[in-house]
Design a protein around this ligand. Structure first.
Ligand SMILES: [Zn+2]
Length: 529
C-alpha cells in the first residue's frame, strides 16, 4: 500500500495517440486511480507538473539488458530516459536455460555481448525466480539460438527428431516459467542454421501457449525483403504474433526502400498476419565483429573459427565473398571507417577507433587487420557498423506503426558496464526521438512518438493494464520537459545520460526524482495476459 499522490497540471499524453490535454493524475497503491481536472485528494502529496508532459512509462520493447541488469539492476541509462519496462532475451540470445555441463559453452557463445557475466547451470524457471530485483519491469524471452546451442551445439544441419523434441520441451518449460515468447536470431550461428520447418514447429508451441515470436531477421541487407517474407510466412502458418526487431535496411545498395518495406508489412496485416516491427533511431548497428564475416567461418564454434583463420586460403575465400556481396548481414559499406571497435575485453585500448584507422597505424590491409583482431581477441570484440541511411531512419520514425526499441543494454557510466564505447542508443534512444525528431525536426507529433513507445508496444507484447495512462492501469509514469528532453550520448562519448526527464515511477514507486535515481527496485516480471 502506498499513500495517494497527485501529479498536477501537466500535459497528459496518454499513450493511445490521442491529443494531449492538461489534467491531474492521481496515483494510489501502484495504480492510476483517476485522471481529470482539479482533482483533490485530501492531504495527498502533490507533484507539480505544469509545463511538463505526463506520459506512460516508456516500454523498451527491444533490449539486451539481461546482459547487464544482474550487475546494474537500477537500469540507470534507461530510467533516465523515462523507460519503465525492458524486454530482454532478444535476437535468439537468452542467458537461460544453461543445461548441465553446458554453462561454459553458453558463456563462450555470449562472450562478445556479456564478457562480464557469470553463467551457471540453470533451468528457465530458476533463472526467472532468482533474477535480482530491478528498477524496471521485465518482459523475459527465451532465445532460439540458446535452445539450439543447448540441444545440438554449433551444428550446421536440421535437428534430428529427438533434438527438436528437446528444444520443444525446453521452450515449453520457459513459457511455463513466465517467458512471454521466443526470440530468434536467424542472422547468426547457430540460429542461422535453422530452416523454416524447425521454426514453424516451435511456432506451434508458441501458438498453443498464447506466446509471441520476436525475430532478428535472417538478413537485414541485400536479401532483407526475402527475410521479411520469411517472417510473414511464419505469422501466416502459425497464427502467432511476430515482432520484427530493430528493422533496418543495411548496406548502401539497400538504402531508400523503407517505404516499400512498410507497405509490404501493412499489406500482410490486411491479409490477416499479426506482424509488427520496431526500430532504433541511429545509423550504426552493433554486433560481434565475427558476425560481419561469412557465417561458415564460425561453424563448430570459436576454436574452430580461430583455427580456420590461420589459413591464408580461408582468409582469401572470406575476402572474395565480402568483396562480392558485402559484409554478412550488413551489406556494402563505404569503407572500413564504417566499422568502429566498441567493446574489446582483451584490447580495450582500441575502443572507439575504426578498423581503417587501426589498420593504417599498423600499416596493414583493413580486411586482414579485422581478421587479425578476431584472432587476437578470440572473437570477443563488439563493433558498431554505420550501415543505415538517415532517410530510411526518418521514414520509419514517421510511421505510427513502427515502435521504438533501443536494442541497448541498461548501463551506467561507472562500474563494469561503464567500460568501452557502447552504442549511444543505450543512453539516448527515447530522448533522441523526443528531442531530435519531434522537437527539432517536427517529424511527428509528440502524441504519435509516445504512442510508439507505450500503447503500441503494450499491444504488440499482449500485456494488459500497461502502456496507457488510463484509470486502473499500473502506475508506470514518466514526466519530462518537452522543451529540453534530449540525448547527450555520442559515438565518441557514449557514457552520458539523457536530459529532460524529471520523474519516473514504476508500479507507483518513484525510481527517479529531482535529478537522482532513488535506488528503488519495484520492477516485476510482466507475463502473458
Ligand atoms: Zn538483433
Amino acid at each position: 500500500m502506498t499513500e495517494p499522490f497527485v501529479i498536477r497540471g501537466g500535459t497528459v499524453v496518454d499513450g493511445s495517440g490521442a491529443p494531449g490535454r492538461i489534467a491531474d493524475v492521481v496515483i494510489e497503491n501502484g495504480r492510476i486511480q483517476a485522471i481529470g481536472d482539479d482533482l483533490t485528494t485530501g492531504g495527498a502529496a502533490v507533484v507539480d507538473a505544469a509545463g511538463k508532459v505526463v506520459a506512460p512509462g516508456f516500454i523498451d520493447i527491444k533490449t539486451h539488458s539481461d546482459w547487464t541488469l544482474p550487475l546494474m539492476p537500477l537500469s540507470e541509462s534507461k530510467v533516465r530516459q523515462g523507460v519503465t519496462t525492458e524486454v530482454i532475451g532478444h535476437c535468439g540470445y537468452s542467458c537461460a536455460p544453461a543445461l548441465p555441463g553446458k554453462a561454459d559453452a553458453l558463456k563462450q557463445y555470449l562472450s562478445p555481448s556479456a564478457p562480464w557475466l557469470d553463467f551457471v547451470e540453470t533451468d528457465f524457471a530458476d533463472y526467472v525466480r532468482t533474477y535480482p530485483a530491478t528498477s524496471v519491469n521485465r518482459v523475459m524471452l527465451v532465445g532460439h539460438n540458446t535452445l539450439r546451442l543447448m540441444t545440438m551445439g554449433m551444428e550446421d544441419r536440421p535437428p534430428e527428431p529427438h533434438e527438436l523434441a528437446e528444444m520443444t520441451s525446453l521452450l515449453e518449460e520457459a513459457l511455463a516459467a513466465g517467458a512471454l515468447g521466443m526470440s530468434s536470431g536467424l542472422f547468426t550461428a547457430p540460429g542461422s542454421y535453422a530452416e523454416g520447418e524447425e521454426l514453424v514447429a516451435l511456432g506451434r508451441v508458441l501458438r498453443r501457449r498464447g506466446a509471441r515470436y520476436f525475430t532478428h531477421l535472417r538478413d537485414e541487407s541485400d536479401t532483407v525483403f526475402d527475410s521479411v517474407e520469411e517472417s510473414i510466412e511464419f505469422a501466416q502458418q502459425t497464427g502467432v504474433h511476430v515482432q520484427i526487431v530493430h528493422i533496418k535496411l543495411s548496406g548502401m545498395d539497400n538504402w531508400g526502400a523503407a517505404e516499400r518495406l512498410l507497405d509490404r508489412l501493412e499489406e500482410a496485416r490486411r491479409g490477416g498476419a499479426q506482424i509488427d516491427c520496431d526500430q532504433y533511431p541511429y545509423e550504426a548497428a552493433s554486433n560481434p565483429l565475427r558476425n560481419l564475416f561469412p557465417s561458415w567461418l564460425q561453424e563448430g564454434g570459436i576454436d574452430a573459427m580461430l583455427d580456420r583463420l590461420g589459413s591464408a586460403d580461408v582468409r582469401a575465400r572470406a575476402r572474395a565473398e565480402v568483396d562480392a556481396g558485402g559484409l554478412n548481414n550488413f551489406g556494402r559499406i563505404p569503407s572500413w571507417d564504417a566499422v568502429r571497435i566498441s567493446i574489446s575485453p582483451d584490447r580495450p585500448q582500441y575502443a572507439g577507433r575504426t578498423v581503417e584507422d587501426i589498420a593504417a597505424e599498423q600499416g596493414s590491409d583493413p580486411f586482414e587487420a579485422a581478421l587479425d583482431y578476431l584472432v587476437a581477441d578470440r572473437g570477443q570484440t563488439r563493433v558498431l557498423v554505420s550501415s543505415i541511411s538517415e532517410d530510411d531512419i526518418r521514414t520509419l520514425i514517421a510511421s505510427p506503426s513502427v515502435m521504438v526499441g533501443s536494442d541497448g543494454n541498461a548501463v551506467a557510466p561507472y562500474g563494469t558496464t561503464g567500460q568501452g564505447k557502447p552504442h549511444p542508443r543505450f543512453y539516448g534512444t527515447f530522448a533522441r526521438i523526443l528531442g531530435r525528431y519531434v522537437r527539432e525536426f517536427g517529424l511527428i507529433p509528440i502524441e504519435t512518438a509516445i504512442h510508439k513507445m507505450t500503447g503500441a508496444s503494450a499491444r504488440a507484447l499482449g500485456i494488459s493494464g500497461r502502456g496507457l495512462l488510463h484509470e486502473g492501469f499500473a502506475a508506470d509514469v514518466t514526466v519530462f520537459d518537452p522543451e529540453t528532453v534530449a540525448e547527450t550520448a555520442t559515438y565518441r562519448h557514449p557514457h552520458s545520460y539523457a536530459q529532460g526527464v524529471e520523474r519516473v515511477w514504476v508500479n507507483g514507486v518513484p525510481v527517479f526524482a529531482e535529478g537522482e535515481h532513488t535506488g528503488a527496485t519495484p520492477g516485476t516480471v510482466l507475463g502473458r495476459a
